[in-house]
Design a protein. Structure first.
Length: 202
């Protein structure tokens, strides 16, 4: 393998790695300080989409690289956020109100990703859609740092829900991976956080 191919292969592997719960929180805290609303909307939803996909993946048999691509990449059955949301709901990984909230986040993300006009969370249409997210009304992340004031801005509401749902999915995936590993007669030390397609064998 040439140096170029090895570097590109390593880059693809890096892009597939899933964040741990602690890393999710750290990334979302970074987004809190990012002034670019478009970037915030897209990155937060991308993290969430990947986490929903990982919930599904963690409950599957072990997939080869080719099998994974056939299921999750491009125009494959689970290649879109919409498909992941629907399938995860159909398998009972979350309730209908969560599915509805995930679809709202997806639609807001798509507006930012595909909109040709300059958009922000203060746009009336975006604001109205963010206000439909009500599952986590007053989570601790809703409070302004150092104050007791709740930040219920559309942007904060979007970020709160995206982060909480992502954390929820990461936890579900980790628990299922530990169960699968246990069924193989292995222990928690064989689990590689963030890697749902392989195990660590000493």
């Amino acid at each position: 393998m040439t140096k170029t191919n090895a570097s590109l292969s390593a880059l693809k592997k890096l892009s597939r790695e899933s964040p741990t719960g602690e890393e999710v929180v750290a990334i979302f805290h970074e987004l809190q300080n990012d002034p670019n609303d478009r970037a915030v909307a897209i990155i937060a939803a991308t993290l969430l989409e990947d986490a929903v996909g990982d919930v599904i993946l963690s409950h599957m048999v072990w997939l080869s690289d080719e099998e994974y691509r056939q299921m999750f990449v491009g125009y494959s059955p689970l290649g879109s956020f919409s498909a992941k949301i629907q399938i995860a709901y159909a398998f009972g990984y979350y309730k209908k109100n969560v599915r509805e909230a995930l679809n709202i986040i997806k639609d807001i993300r798509n507006a930012f990703a595909h909109g040709k006009k300059s958009l922000s969370f203060n746009h009336e249409v975006i604001k109205n859609c963010c206000n439909l997210l009500t599952i986590f009304e007053e989570s601790e992340e809703s409070f302004e740092p150092g104050t007791k004031s709740i930040n219920n801005s559309p942007r904060q509401r979007y970020l709160n829900h995206a982060m909480k749902f992502t954390e929820m999915c990461v936890q579900i995936s980790a628990e299922e991976m530990l169960r699968k590993i246990s069924d193989m007669g292995l222990g928690p030390d064989n689990y590689v956080p963030g890697d749902l397609r392989s195990i660590k064998i000493e």
